[in-house]
Design a binder for this molecule. Structure first.
Ligand SMILES: Nc1nc2c(ncn2[C@@H]2O[C@H](COP(=O)(O)OP(=O)(O)OP(=O)(O)O)[C@@H](O)[C@H]2O)c(=O)[nH]1
Ligand SMILES: [Mg+2]
Length: 329
């Protein structure tokens, strides 16, 4: 579950488009809301509603939608609201950051999308690997449309593709790669792109960069956690020690070898303890102490999250293709 940090602000979006702003956890306590209930509140900044509306308003201008997913969580990084937002537009999947994902799992996911008649390609925007497959995929997805344009004498008509996805998935990096420029602002934090922006990526091809958008309520607590693990939810609204502890539990249960190797721990040491205790062990092993010999768990948490997010802990996929029945697109 995603745990909110005390004293932070966030808002909850309702289906009638009204927004309720949460001042802080003290406010909730005064309202008689227990911390346990607070934990399940989802973080959905108000600007994301605007983004959703902007995406909807641009739909008539575009031919296809490229849905960027994070290859480490192809299920959890798919915004289920997109299905209705992008309506009946031709769409396809780009599994970005595949350099940090388990490649066998990425291949399984591509097959899974194919079974559902959705084209999918794997991409690594850091090196540019997989980029060449993009334009042929778009042309394939739009084959009927292109044929119809050609028959109407509109040969070479510019193809317009909207790039959508959750915050920090690499939309702007992808567009910069495709357009061989660095015009789109890229940073390693969610919420960098704030408005829609068109880019020409070659003769007859335009891409629309959009701000990342999450959805107001996660159907499954684990989905929210996985989004926070990879850095798509701003850390400053989260309790990072709690989050790192949950990540350590997940890695212990699913990727024990790289975890133990990285932090010089044994399975005996961590098999029966809670995430926070594993975090303390990481801090102790790394000599992260504060005055009085206390372990600096805040620093240990930042290290664990950083090392997971930049793949120092290894190529890890948290959503297993065989365990997910739906692809949500
Ligand atoms: N390892 C790796 N990092 C990537 C890849 N693509 C993007 N990044 C990094 O991910 C971070 C976010 O990239 P952006 O392009 O700003 O992501 P975005 O989806 O535009 O983010 P918002 O505008 O905030 O929604 C940056 O630090 C990029 O360098 C990739 O394929 N592999
Ligand atoms: Mg961006």
């Amino acid at each position: 579950m995603v745990q909110a940090k005390a004293g932070t602000t966030a808002s909850l979006e309702f289906t009638n488009n009204s927004t309720f702003h949460f001042p802080n956890s003290t406010f909730f306590k005064s309202m008689g809301v227990k911390m346990e209930e607070l934990k399940s509140i989802q973080w959905f900044p108000g600007h994301m509603t605007k983004t959703k509306r902007k995406i909807e308003s641009q739909l008539k201008l575009i031919d296809a939608v490229a849905i960027l997913l994070d290859a480490r969580i192809p299920y959890s990084s798919c915004n289920p609201d997109l299905r209705s937002v992008v309506n009946n537009k031709p769409r396809f999947v780009v599994l970005n950051k595949c350099d940090m994902a388990d490649s066998a799992e990425t291949q399984k996911w591509i097959r899974k999308f194919k079974e559902k008649n959705i084209s999918a390609i794997a991409l690594d925007c850091k090196s540019g690997k997989g980029l060449n497959a993009f334009i042929p995929t778009v042309k394939n997805v739009l084959a009927d449309k292109i044929q119809s344009w050609n028959s109407k004498g509109m040969t070479g008509r510019t193809i317009k593709v909207m790039v959508v996805g959750i915050p920090n998935v690499g939309k702007s990096s992808f567009i910069n790669r495709m357009s061989k420029q660095s015009r789109a602002k890229v940073e390693d934090r969610p919420g960098v792109t704030r408005g829609n922006q068109w880019f020409t990526v070659g003769k007859g091809f335009d891409l629309l960069d959009t701000p990342g958008v999450l959805w107001p309520k996660f159907d499954d607590k684990l989905v929210g956690e996985k989004l926070a693990f990879i850095g798509s939810v701003k850390d400053d609204v989260l309790d990072t020690e709690h989050l790192a502890g949950r990540l350590l539990e997940y890695l212990r249960d699913n990727y024990p070898e790289p975890l133990c190797a990285r932090y010089k721990m044994t399975m005996q040491e961590i098999s029966d303890i809670q995430g926070y205790e594993i975090l303390e062990l990481v801090g102790r092993k790394r000599g992260m102490l504060i005055s009085g010999g206390e372990i600096n768990t805040e620093r240990a948490a930042a290290t664990v999250l950083d090392e997971f997010r930049n793949a120092t802990l290894g190529k890890i996929t948290l959503d297993k293709a065989d365990e997910c029945t739906d692809v949500r697109i």
